[in-house]
Design a protein around this ligand. Structure first.
Ligand code: GDP
Ligand code: MG
Length: 375
């Protein structure tokens, strides 16, 4: 299912965008006209408006070609264990960025303007020889938007709850996002270094959200952490690895890579630099690659933590910065390695062409949103 913005729904349904925003507000969702709504929310709003929405993934020839590549099943014997991809979610300022920084031992928080993550960051680390990859989003809007675009780059959500603050509105939102993504949740009860924090109170809050801590007989691992002292970080990583082991994440490193573009920007000296998460296969320098309306050949690959460290290849669950795309693909856009640069160019150009020509063709009696989503 594809995403829909408030504006698109408004135009498709012939309903004022302000009316849609008001409905959303009544649902407790404060948003803007350009914001992407997930399919559930779109359906809910449409129902309120007395409209029937039909989601149809109208696949173009290009999309079908790529979907076939994506859905090509790997033989059981080709599957290898892969690192879990972890996303930290939670209320603003509860310590998501600080925890990831402590884990990888860098200090980006102090460099962020106003302490708000400016870019989506993706890292991979090793704990006792076992690899864990992290994606730090500038807020769960980014997580939701990526998901709304069909990008699922998370295996496990770490819900960060500051012990002094407890469950806050964005904590509840984060919980619903993680549940909607159907990923297991681990709780990091953070800021436990603060004097006078009452962990029990926060755990009661969690229980009220039906996240019952395992030490209270539930099935949610709650780890008491401090991003300042480092307390609980080891335990958090061990817990991540334990949960990952239970879920047995696998991929086939011996196929052409595919994954998700996490973000991309034009740099003056290197051209387009995109951060991509490889989700299956192995990405190599020289590979022909297509993502949304962008295509190219991977010119160079760099470690996401050490910008000068060049890599020759990246396997499943490994995030890398790559150069070589002609234009910047959108965040959350899937990428594919193809064997033919002409094919990649055709796909990218056709998509760009289609995006320019996409017209709204909507029957208000029976609203179909299919045409809105060809991007
Ligand atoms: P985010 O918005 O969830 O990414 O939160 P940040 O990582 O930016 O942290 C917000 C603020 O809380 C910063 O000033 C951090 O220094 C502080 N902070 C984060 N973790 C801890 C912690 O474990 N203990 C204490 N005392 N402060 C923390
Ligand atoms: Mg942050």
């Amino acid at each position: 299912q594809l995403p829909c913005t408030v504006r698109e729904l408004s135009e498709a349904a012939g309903v004022a965008a302000t009316d849609i925003l008001r409905l959303l507000m009544e649902e407790g969702v404060m948003t803007t006209i350009a914001a992407v709504m997930d399919p559930d929310l779109t359906e809910l709003v449409a129902a309120e408006l007395g409209l029937e929405v039909e989601f149809r993934d109208e696949l173009t020839v290009e999309d079908e070609y790529l979907a076939e590549i994506r859905d090509r099943e790997d033989a059981e014997e080709d599957l290898q264990p892969r690192a879990p991809i972890i996303t930290f979610l939670g209320h603003v300022d509860h310590g998501k960025t600080s925890l990831i920084d402590k884990i990888i031992d860098t200090d980006v928080v102090s460099g962020e303007s106003g302490g708000i993550t400016q870019h989506i960051r993706a890292y991979t680390i090793f704990k006792n020889d076992q690899q864990i990859s992290f994606v730090d989003t500038p807020g769960h809007e980014a997580f939701t938007e990526m998901r709304a675009r069909g990008a699922n780059v998370t295996d496990i959500a770490v819900l960060v709850v500051a012990a002094d603050d407890g469950i806050m509105p964005q904590t509840e939102e984060a919980i619903s996002h993680a549940r909607a993504a159907e990923v297991p949740i681990i709780v990091a009860l953070n800021k436990c270094d603060l004097p006078g924090v009452d962990a029990n109170q926060a755990m009661q809050g969690l229980t009220a959200q039906e996240l019952v801590p395992s030490e209270w007989g539930g099935d949610v691992e709650v780890v008491k952490t401090s991003a300042i002292t480092g307390e609980g970080i080891d335990e958090l990583l061990d817990t991540i690895l334990t949960v990952a082991e239970l879920h047995e994440f696998t991929a086939n490193p011996d196929r052409p890579a595919l994954g998700t573009c996490i973000e991309a920007q034009q740099e003056s000296d290197r051209g387009v630099v995109s951060k991509v998460m490889v989700q299956n296969g192995t990405l190599r320098v020289g590979d022909v690659i297509v993502s949304g309306q962008a295509y190219g050949k991977v010119k160079a690959m760099y470690d996401t933590l050490i910008p000068t460290a060049r890599l020759e290849e990246a396997g499943p669950s490994v995030p890398v910065n790559i150069t070589g795309f002609d234009v910047a693909p959108g965040a959350g856009e899937a990428f594919y390695v193809l064997d033919d640069i002409a094919k990649a160019r055709t796909i990218a150009e056709d998509r760009a062409h289609e995006a320019r020509n996409s017209n709204l063709d909507v029957d208000v009696q029976h609203v179909t949103l299919e045409n809105l989503f060809d991007r």
